[in-house]
Design a protein around this ligand. Structure first.
Ligand SMILES: NC(=O)c1ccc[n+]([C@@H]2O[C@H](COP(=O)([O-])OP(=O)(O)OC[C@H]3O[C@@H](n4cnc5c(N)ncnc54)[C@H](OP(=O)(O)O)[C@@H]3O)[C@@H](O)[C@H]2O)c1
Length: 276
């Protein structure tokens, strides 16, 4: 197994490295660097044997497979810088949706470094759930297999093409935030309309969700059959569903339009940076 590097130990970088450690990758095989030193210090407090580096260049002296976990705008600068010193044994793993894999490869044209885009989800901290993978042209079949083995340690990798990037990311990566919001709205409604205590409503709902996930995992039910089995004809669930159907008619259409508009702006910004 190659030494793993993480450039950027913010929210997602730290979740990713923690997931790999949880999955059995020894801390000694993990190298980190971050723009501000405090975040690296926090990682070192939690994982004593992880190696910290003062720069991406120093990290690349020790790590072969390098996850670039910065915000998209910072990623362009990081890759431009890396294009001056990467070696033939390196592989770059980008984790952000607005930068396409071909664009990252183009930034690394001098070093001919293989690039794969691996878009994770916070749910991967449970060593499950989707990750979205797009291999660049320089990734051989053998390298793709090896990388998939790594990604499999913490997720179920799903191959995606550039045109489905945003929709797939909305479902896989933003999904946990969207679902959390909707469920919290349901709890708020229960508390404000019925007087049930918030703590009680939260406990019931979180417990229901954990068991709901188990049913999906066991493949006893899919989403449609779950809904159907709970909805007794003429019963209470149907009355509730009628209200939901009426009120959410365009909600998700509007949501996907909004995320895609933001994505288009982010892509414009990335193109400007690439052309500088
Ligand atoms: N959050 C999610 O659920 C999620 C899911 C999938 C993909 N992603 C992708 O993950 C990426 C990171 O998101 P995030 O939420 O983790 O952001 P974040 O918390 O802001 O983390 C980014 C980190 O990168 C560091 N950084 C920036 N430039 C650097 C450089 N030149 N060298 C070293 N470190 C540098 C920042 O350091 P400072 O401490 O100085 O700011 C920061 O700690 C984004 O591209 C996002 O699209 C996120």
């Amino acid at each position: 197994m190659q030494q793993l590097g993480f450039i950027g130990t913010g929210s997602m970088g730290s979740i990713l490295l923690e997931s790999f450690i949880k999955a059995g990758i020894p801390e000694e095989m993990i190298h980190v660097t971050n723009r501000s030193v405090e975040k690296v210090r926090n990682i070192k407090t939690k994982f004593k044997h992880v190696s910290d580096h003062s720069s991406s260049r120093s990290l690349a002296d020790s790590a072969e497979w390098i996850f670039v976990c910065t915000k998209p705008a910072d990623m362009v600068g990081v890759l431009k810088d890396m294009s001056t010193y990467l070696k033939s044994h390196h592989v770059i793993i980008t984790i952000t949706s607005p930068l396409q894999v071909e664009e990252a490869e183009e930034l690394l044209y001098k070093t001919k470094t293989p690039v794969v885009r691996f878009i994770p989800s916070i749910v991967n901290l449970s060593l499950q759930g989707p990750s979205l993978v797009t291999f660049g042209n320089r990734c051989s079949n053998r390298l793709q297999n090896e990388l998939n083995q790594l990604f499999n340690l913490i997720s179920s990798p799903i191959s995606i093409t550039a045109d489905m990037t945003r929709a797939a990311s909305d479902l896989a990566s933003c999904g946990p935030a969207f679902i959390s919001f909707l469920v919290r709205q349901m709890i708020k409604g229960a508390v404000e309309e019925t007087g049930i205590k918030e703590g009680t409503a939260l406990k019931i709902t979180e417990s229901m969700l954990v068991a709901y996930g188990e049913l999906l995992r066991g493949k006893q039910f899919d989403l449609a059959t779950l809904q159907k089995r709970v909805t007794v004809p003429g019963g209470v669930t149907g009355v509730g569903l009628d209200v939901l159907e009426k009120n959410t008619k365009n909600t998700f259409h509007d949501m996907f339009k909004a995320t895609h508009k933001k994505y288009a702006n982010d892509r414009d910004h990335i193109r400007e940076l690439l052309n500088k």
